[in-house]
Design a protein around this ligand. Structure first.
Ligand code: SAH
Ligand code: SF4
Length: 432
């Protein structure tokens, strides 16, 4: 989502006469887009800000490099961030990017600047993002902003504001213009895409499955992905639309957070394990070949060994294809920080996390071994990161397939037969 936001920022500043440069050397400004979801994300930003101090020192007065911090961390800390990091000249929250040209002008006049007002309506719908560091094949499209689910551990509702959806016509227009420019994959983004809703009047409401269908209808060779789905809102209508459309990817990211009902209640996730498993069954009923991925938090407030075991059990039952796994990190201002004790020692959180990671590693490898001999249509993306003599692409399930370099052009669809695998990658041979 930050990546997509940076592309909006690039567009706004481009219109104001600024230009994105490849290296810091030629830059007048360095804008750091930030995440506040866990403390380690913020620590990485602080580290980067400290490193930049050396670059600023080398430049000398007059030729200075001015640093701005954008996004969730700017929203969370506001001007406190500029007091704590005195080499930062401005902060700008996620709903205030249209004001960046003014902020930069103010900084050029030698002042510090902060704009952190949240909005209930801003979706940047009319801004055509500039594509940064793009492979020319896949792109992100933000379809909504904010979140008001208030999971008790989560800072997002405070840093990104109320949930609001973007006009579907602007989403379709952006996807179409990407397709016409040669892109072959778009990922529709929102904190909870299932609650996407746009209505001009009661009779004409566009919900997420409707929007997904509209984007998929642009062209059968445009792959359509989306993230993230909240389990409480995953509807059968969505699954029906997906199943009916070949170019909507067979891949659902369905963050579970915990396998214990007691924890889910404390987390304010608004579903039970039984509900979650029912949704997993529904996915597999509609699309037996759909991959399912998740997010999980180890060591949330009051988590017992039994709760942790319940998470491991759930992982064994669902058999995820991929999981993002985190240690609980207390975030100032959240319900959990205000009302619940962060009482699991760090070493214990680490042990639990490592157990989940080890189990998931085994499951992913077993899942991949079942793929041996299967053939997949793969959207070729380019050279493999590991070896110049290989290419890679991803299938509809979002799994990476690596195969020997050949005439396959990036942006085309080719058929690959899986011949071997690791836990993360399928290795195969072109068969078309
Ligand atoms: N809106 C998405 C997730 C956004 S944040 C959703 O609800 O699924 C991405 C992931 O970060 C979350 O799914 C959660 O697993 C993790 N996360 C959020 N807050 C966290 C915290 N305080 N500590 C550790 N992990 C956290
Ligand atoms: Fe955070 Fe929950 Fe909203 Fe996801 S749904 S962004 S975890 S509050």
């Amino acid at each position: 989502m930050n990546f997509a936001d940076s592309e909006v920022v690039g567009s706004i500043l481009g219109k104001a006469g600024y230009e994105v440069v490849e290296a810091l050397d030629g830059a007048d400004f360095c804008l750091i887009n930030t995440c506040a979801i866990r403390d380690n994300a913020e620590q990485r930003v602080r580290h980067r800000v400290h490193e930049l101090r050396a670059v600023q020192g080398r430049r000398g007065p007059g030729a200075g490099l001015r640093i701005g911090v954008l996004g969730c961390m700017a929203e969370r800390l506001q001007s406190r961030l500029m007091e704590e990091e005195d080499n930062v000249s401005f902060v700008c929250g996620p709903d205030a990017y249209r004001r960046l040209p003014e902020l930069l002008a103010q900084v050029r006049r030698g002042q510090k600047a902060a704009e952190v007002e949240l909005s209930t309506t801003e979706t940047y719908a009319d801004i055509e993002p500039v594509r940064l560091a793009s492979n020319g094949i896949s792109a992100y499209i933000s379809i909504m902003r904010g979140c008001q689910n208030y999971c008790s551990y989560c800072v997002v509702p405070y840093t990104r504001g109320r949930e609001r959806s973007r006009d579907p016509q602007t989403v379709v227009a952006e996807a179409r213009s990407l397709f016409e420019a040669g892109y072959r994959e778009v990922t529709l983004l929102g904190q909870n895409v299932n609650s996407y809703r746009w209505s001009t009047d009661a009779a004409a409401t566009v919900d997420f499955p409707d929007l997904l269908r509209m984007v998929a209808e642009i062209d059968p060779s445009l792959k359509v992905r989306f993230a993230t789905s909240h389990p409480k809102d995953l509807s059968d209508k969505l699954l029906e639309v997906m199943a009916a459309s070949h170019n909507i990817c067979r891949c659902i990211h369905l963050p579970v957070q915990s396998g214990s009902d007691r924890m889910l209640k404390l987390m304010n996730r608004k579903y039970t394990v039984a509900w979650y498993l029912d949704r997993v069954d529904a996915i597999r009923r509609h699309m037996p070949d759909c991959s399912i991925t998740t997010d999980v938090i180890a060591g949330f407030c009051g988590e017992t060994e039994d709760d942790h075991r319940a998470t491991l059990d759930l992982f064994r039952r669902v058999r995820y294809d991929y999981a993002y796994m985190f240690k609980y990190s207390q975030r100032e201002g959240t319900y959990a920080a205000r009302h619940m004790a962060d009482d699991i020692p760090d070493a214990e959180k680490t042990r639990r996390l490592n157990e989940i990671i080890a189990l998931q590693g085994e499951i992913a490898l077993e899942n991949n071994r079942r793929e041996l001999g299967r053939e997949y249509e793969v959207l070729v993306e380019g050279e493999s990161h590991r070896s110049k003599s290989q290419l890679f692409g991803r299938n509809s399930q979002n799994k990476v397939l690596v195969f020997d370099r050949c005439d396959a052009l990036p942006g085309t669809y080719r058929t690959v037969r899986v011949e071997s695998c690791t836990a993360a990658t399928l290795i195969g041979r072109l068969v078309d």
